[in-house]
Design a protein around this ligand. Structure first.
Ligand code: AMP
Ligand code: MN
Ligand code: MN
Ligand code: MN
Length: 276
């Protein structure tokens, strides 16, 4: 069964509306699908209606931005109750400050010779309060300052490059607890992206588990085959459940639905207790 538990709509930094993401997932053969917008639940109702109309099983999800040891990590919440007020309040606090950060990013880009980045990014954000580096990357590509959005995340927007402005996101243990208290399962997203040493990854995994985290993403759009194997071994070693998700953001922007390899059948999938 094709199960895809990580993707974005234009409620956060995806390119398509929730219903269009649902149709695209269904067309690609996805049978069980979660929408996991960054720090936002506003797309879930539309996504569920469209998904069920397409005959898919829908999973309410979210991807929470977390600051851990000065860097950013992402925690997915799966099967959360979208009406949970504690979770909603936590996410509202995490979202707060994106506009101000965007102004600071634009000032840095201006100093690096890029004009109009604040307006350009906001124009591309369906929801201004969710303006993100992705919207800046799309603007940089649109004006020809970079070849494409991938290139934008090499030359700009990352630590040490113009347009990177550090931001204080959620505390790891808080994010995991909001998810668990909302009836969900917490999954550490794309662990291969964080560039952590083995020792730091061990500390992150221990802290994540102690807070109530139960799974790690093993197969995901930004993992190489080698990273998927590595984190499959880590999942087995630490006895974490394993998840799979494309992290689709839009057509021609990285991973596509239906293009991922399956999870290693020796792993316990995060959906092992779901009645599928
Ligand atoms: P923000 O939450 O504003 O810091 O933006 C983070 C988003 O930028 C992530 O959710 C990704 O969609 C995107 N992103 C971060 N790093 C990269 C990268 N190296 N390549 C492509 N997209 C990236
Ligand atoms: Mn994103
Ligand atoms: Mn992420
Ligand atoms: Mn994501």
């Amino acid at each position: 069964m094709n199960i895809d538990l990580h993707c974005h709509s234009n409620v956060s930094d995806g390119a398509l509306a929730p219903a269009d993401v649902a149709r695209r997932a269904a067309r690609a053969g996805v049978a069980v699908w979660a929408l996991t917008d960054h720090d936002q639940l506003a797309g879930l109702a539309e996504a569920r209606a469209a998904a069920e109309g397409e005959g898919m099983r829908f999973v309410d999800g979210v991807e929470i931005s977390v600051t851990w040891r000065g860097g950013t990590v992402h925690v997915l919440g799966l099967r959360i109750d979208p009406g949970n007020e504690n979770l909603a309040a936590g996410l509202a606090a995490v979202r707060d400050g994106r506009l101000e950060r965007a102004r600071a990013m634009a000032r840095e880009l201006q100093a690096a010779g890029i004009d109009g980045a604040y307006e350009g990014a906001l124009e591309r954000a369906e929801n201004p309060a969710m303006v993100s580096r992705t919207h800046f990357a799309r603007y940089l590509a649109a004006i020809g300052a970079v070849a494409d959005t991938r290139d934008a995340f090499r030359r700009f927007l990352v630590p040490g490059k113009p347009g990177y402005v550090p931001h204080q996101w959620a505390v790891l243990a808080d994010a995991v607890r909001w998810i668990v208290a909302a009836g969900g399962q917490a999954v550490l997203a794309h662990p291969g992206r964080y560039g952590l040493s083995a020792g730091a990854m061990d500390a992150l995994l221990q802290e994540f588990r102690a807070a109530g985290g139960e799974a790690i993403e093993v197969v995901t759009g930004s993992h190489s085959a080698e990273q998927s194997r590595h984190f499959a071994a880590i999942a087995a070693q630490y006895d974490f459940a394993a998840s799979r998700g494309s992290d689709f953001h839009g057509p021609e922007e990285g991973a596509e639905f239906g293009s991922l390899p399956p999870l290693d059948p020796r792993l316990r999938p995060v959906w092992h207790e779901w009645a599928l």
